[in-house]
Design a protein around this ligand. Structure first.
Ligand code: ATP
Ligand code: MG
Length: 234
């Protein structure tokens, strides 16, 4: 089991959104995935409570119970534990990051966010867990994203970016994510796929399971329906 923590001492950068979108994406690929919300505001848990599909699990435990829970999750065959953390760094959060195999540091590409990310990094780097930066809510056609990538890459690897898209916001109303609600050609779907590919590779996956997004099944069903109608006429 790989433990992936999503962190940044700055609030509102997209930690919960990233945890949910990656969790759904991993589960849809067929990885046994578990979520854990360690934010006292429990936004990930609230989102998951609304979710109808039972492909993605979430466990509700106190942080003090995590040590005891990890071997049980391994035994149960959980492949990925994705942990959402609050928008502040505390001893409890750094303790948690020590137990992770990979930390995703989510940041927006703005001076305020990048400065806060650098401050968070001082605490997170002490932990020594491998880390990857994820730039989220990037506005298309802005120069600052490239500058942010250059600044962050001096501290670690930078994952494929996620752009600003209102579909990320509205998709979460009823416990779903962008890939479950948006049209098939929505660029956000490919962005989440690319981020998930990258994170899975960083987590040591050699051969990635992928989601079959081909419209073939639907097309076949349409052909059958048409030929069925023809058949009835003759
Ligand atoms: N790529 C995106 N495009 C547009 N809106 C986004 C994107 N990512 C996140 N948001 C929105 O930004 C807001 C903050 O996101 P989110 O709650 O995931 O951040 P957070 O880091 O978990 O915040 P907190 O630290 O308060 O827990 C939410 O309203 C969310 O819907
Ligand atoms: Mg959050």
């Amino acid at each position: 089991m790989q433990i992936i923590a999503v962190a940044n001492g700055k609030g509102g950068v997209g930690k919960t959104t990233t945890a949910a979108n990656l969790g759904v994406n991993f589960a849809k690929r067929g990885y046994y995935t578990m979520l854990l919300d360690t934010d006292p505001l429990a936004c990930l848990e609230d989102w998951w409570d609304e979710r109808k599909a039972n492909d993605l699990q979430l466990m509700s435990i106190a942080l003090s119970q995590l040590d005891e829970a990890i071997p049980k999750l391994r035994e149960a065959g959980v492949e990925y534990l994705i942990i959402d953390t609050p928008g502040f760094i505390s001893n409890a959060v750094t303790g948690l990051l020590c137990q992770a195999d990979l930390v995703l540091i989510i940041s927006k590409a703005s001076p305020l966010d990048l400065r806060a990310t650098q401050k968070s990094l001082k605490f997170i780097e002490e932990v020594k867990t491998p880390l990857v930066f994820v730039l989220n809510e990037v506005r298309k056609g802005t120069r600052i994203a490239n500058e942010a990538i250059m600044a962050l890459s001096q501290h670690g690897r930078v994952a494929p970016i996620i752009h600003y898209k209102n579909d990320f916001v509205v998709s979460m109303i009823d416990g779903r994510t962008l890939e479950e609600t948006a049209d098939a050609d929505n660029p956000g779907i490919a962005e989440v796929d690319a981020l998930a590919d990258y994170v899975l590779r960083q987590a040591g996956e050699k051969t990635l399971k992928v989601i079959d997004r081909s419209p073939v099944k639907q097309a076949t069903a349409e052909v059958i329906a048409i030929s069925g109608r023809r058949g009835n006429k003759t």
